[in-house]
Design a protein around this ligand. Structure first.
Ligand code: PEP
Ligand code: MN
Length: 337
């Protein structure tokens, strides 16, 4: 931690700050400049609240130099985490595609879309059976019936399943049907859910919260990792800003930043990030170029009548031609789709 003293700080105030830090077990390196004194406080204390120092007399500013997340930190696994599920590996040069409808709606719908997903070469079928909706009057998902359908459709086309878990008492039920648990943006800081997912043996994809800092997102991943589950991936799905022309603002820069700060794979979701069908292809192309380890894309064969998120769903043909473009972009940066 770096402590910058006020340029008018008295010798007594500086000594008091040093004594305070030493009492907490920090080793102090003091450097006296022409204008002000700077203290380097050495010691790894992830839980130390730096506001304790900020409020001391004579202190101008305080900066933390070590990240509060340890297990999610890049330095914990310099080579990057690889997640293996059956014959799919996530986090290598081969990008992973997670594609399907927002909600599982019927047997016909999920089988039709699973066929499109398989045809594109994607390996993972997405679809929600428990939906986090802003309105209690909107479609809430098919529940276990939907889980059965998505599992059957995935098995038919040799695909893996990713589906959202919203609450602790659904973890065991969903475990029977899914290959990957998705934690939605609205649950990113549901710490009790994250702790329980830390105990499961299936991978978890943690979406970024609607207004979460990257550091908060990584701290949430830390909860799952600390519980013992090493198979965690992150998903950038756009954040809430003042912009109204898109549903969310796609924070593309989060992709290279997370890669620098963490060893966890990053999936990009241009569907929720933009919320508008015509914005999805350009942002999908950008996400591949930015180095995403995979994409989550919503598709629908009848988006006009979709139960949720129809306006952001790609039609199968648009999706299939997008994949051809994405292959070229991936190749250009030494990766494959
Ligand atoms: C979804 O994937 O359908 C979903 C609800 O996503 P998010 O949590 O990112 O809003
Ligand atoms: Mn959706």
């Amino acid at each position: 931690m770096i402590v910058i003293l006020n340029n008018k700080a008295s010798d007594k105030q500086i000594d008091d700050v040093i004594k305070y830090l030493e009492d907490y077990g920090f080793q102090i390196h003091k450097s006296v400049g022409v204008e002000r004194t700077i203290l380097g406080a050495i010691g790894v204390k992830p839980n130390f609240d730096i506001r304790k120092i900020k409020i001391l007399d004579g202190v101008a500013d305080v900066y933390r130099i070590t990240a509060p997340y340890k297990l999610a930190n890049r330095s914990f696994n310099e080579d990057g985490t690889k997640i293996n599920i059956k014959d799919v590996e996530i986090g290598n040069d081969q990008l992973v595609l997670m594609v399907g409808p927002c909600s599982i709606e019927s047997e016909k719908q999920i089988f039709t879309l699973a066929e499109v997903v398989a045809k594109s070469g994607a390996k993972i079928l997405r679809g929600g059976a428990f939906k986090p909706r802003s309105s209690p009057y909107s479609f809430q998902g098919m529940g276990e019936e939907g889980l059965k359908l998505i599992r059957a459709a995935a098995d038919e086309y040799n695909l893996l399943v990713i589906t959202e878990v919203m609450q602790i008492d659904h973890i065991d039920l969903i475990h029977k049907y899914t290959d990957i648990y998705q934690v939605g943006a609205r649950n990113m800081q549901n710490f009790s859910l994250l702790k329980e997912l830390g105990k499961t043996d299936k991978p978890v994809m943690l979406k970024r919260g609607l207004s979460a800092l990257i550091e908060e997102w990584l701290m949430s991943a830390e909860y799952i990792l600390a519980g013992g589950n090493k198979n965690v991936m992150l998903c950038e799905r756009g954040i809430r800003t003042f912009e109204k022309y898109t549903r969310n603002t796609f924070d593309l820069s989060a992709i290279p930043i997370v890669h620098k700060k963490s060893h966890l794979p990053v999936i990009a979701d241009p569907s929720h990030a933009t919320g508008l069908r015509d914005q999805v292809p350009p942002m999908a192309r950008a996400a591949v170029a930015a180095g995403a380890d995979g994409l989550m894309i919503e598709i629908h064969n009848d988006p006009e009548n979709a139960f949720s998120d129809g306006p952001q769903a790609l039609l199968p043909d648009t999706y299939l031609s997008l994949i051809q473009e994405l292959k070229l972009i991936a190749n250009a940066i030494g990766r494959e789709i």
